[in-house]
Design a protein around this ligand. Structure first.
Ligand code: AP5
Ligand code: MG
Length: 217
């Protein structure tokens, strides 16, 4: 099987985190979510967290230099030697160019760029009903993907909460950044022959299709 150095793309609420959790379990590769890394730093109150908070809660992007530095450090760790799944990075052209350089340095070229395409009305429904585990970050949805016990994470038993940027105002800002800064990356990766788009609008589980695709079936 081709080595798996994957980028998972899609607008806010498309289902990147949901799919990522299942793919990393199947392929035993690390899940590198810049959003999760920033939220972890915010929870711990580190200097990175304090800086990120200024942008994230209102839906703005964290500056490129900060985000690139964070990913560069993470990708140089030993566990990435067997592959990785990037979720939410790159999100701008400068980030994609930097990733190109980093992957050359670590000798791991991007193998697949998976785009989860989901219409905007569905994104709003998903974001507004999302609850995430305060402890492990697993995403649920009050209607679509409810936890077995209300308010409690199925995976680790942690409390389920709403993300501060999951409100209509911040979502509009996030969508605007996506359309202006991130969507152009689809063409960027299409031109490199790496992009494959999947329909994420259905409530049916996309995971078996993604696994078959990554296994080359
Ligand atoms: P990040 O955490 O990456 O947020 P995002 O891209 O806005 O995406 P989400 O996590 O909101 O959605 P998702 O696609 O993971 O969907 P999920 O699986 O949870 O980034 C947050 C912020 O950090 C950014 O706004 C920015 O400020 C900053 N940041 C991060 N990376 C950055 C970067 N590279 N550069 C600069 N700044 C950066 O699913 C959504 C909901 O739908 C859930 O409730 C789920 O249960 C439900 N659901 C999922 N799939 C389905 C389905 N098939 N049917 C029905 N419901 C479903
Ligand atoms: Mg996510």
């Amino acid at each position: 099987m081709k080595s798996l150095n994957i980028i998972l793309m899609g607008p806010p609420g498309a289902g990147k985190g949901t799919q990522a959790k299942k793919l990393i379990a199947k392929f035993d590769i690390p899940h590198i979510s810049t959003g999760d890394m920033f939220r972890e730093a915010m929870k711990e109150g580190t200097p990175l967290g304090k800086l990120a908070q200024k942008y994230i809660n209102d839906g703005h992007l964290v500056p490129d230099d900060v985000t690139i530095g964070l990913v560069k450090e993470r990708l140089s760790k030993d566990d990435c030697a067997k592959g990785f799944l990037l979720d939410g990075f790159p999100r701008t052209i400068p980030q994609a160019d930097a990733l190109e350089e980093i992957s050359k340095e670590i000798g791991r070229k991007i193998s697949h760029v998976i785009n989860i395409d989901t219409p905007v009305e569905e994104l709003v429904r998903r974001i507004c009903g999302r609850r995430v585990c305060k402890v492990c970050g697993a995403p649920f949805h009050i209607i679509n993907i409810p936890p077995k016990k209300e308010g409690i994470c199925d995976i680790c038993g942690g409390e389920l909460v709403q993300r501060p940027d999951d409100n209509e105002e911040a979502l509009l800002v996030r969508l605007d950044h996506y359309n202006k800064q991130t969507a152009p990356l689809l063409e960027y990766y299409q031109n490199k022959g790496l992009l494959t788009t999947f329909d994420g609008s259905s409530s049916a589980d996309l995971t078996p299709k993604l696994i078959a695709f990554l296994e080359g079936k």
